[in-house]
Design a protein. Structure first.
Length: 131
């Protein structure tokens, strides 16, 4: 599963990863490039996260283009957005990171500024915290 892959990449248990996939039509099984979709993965890192390193990796990753650091919102940490070159239209990609969490958000038929707003608004609802 994509959650297991994310857990493996951070060396954390799969229970510390949440994910979501949202579409305008919940019964759809195939999608065109024009269909709006949102996907996210959030990992809880138990204080082991390195936000500066995560941000550097995102900003220098040649898989993306037009990366820009953005305001991470009231939860703090670092955040950035860019585009993934896909055909026929690019996919917006945003991330946030702090010492306890890392998240990737992807949106088809959207823009990085629109996805950034969605990510910041959604973050309090999906960010894992263990107290």
């Amino acid at each position: 599963s994509v959650q297991q892959q994310d857990a493996n990449s951070f060396f954390i248990p799969v229970r510390d990863v949440v994910s979501g996939f949202y579409t305008a039509d919940p019964s759809a099984t195939t999608f065109s490039a024009a269909d709006p979709r949102l996907m996210f993965l959030v990992a809880y890192l138990h204080g082991s996260g390195n936000p500066a390193s995560f941000l550097h990796d995102f900003m220098t990753n040649h898989t993306f283009y037009r990366q820009q650091q953005i305001n991470p919102g009231p939860q703090g940490g670092v955040a950035a957005c860019g585009l993934l070159p896909q055909q026929p239209a690019p996919v917006a990609h945003c991330m946030w990171a702090d010492r306890n969490s890392y998240a990737d958000f992807y949106a088809w038929a959207s823009s990085p500024p629109a996805l950034a707003q969605t990510m910041i608004a959604t973050r309090p609802k999906v960010e894992l915290t263990h107290g």
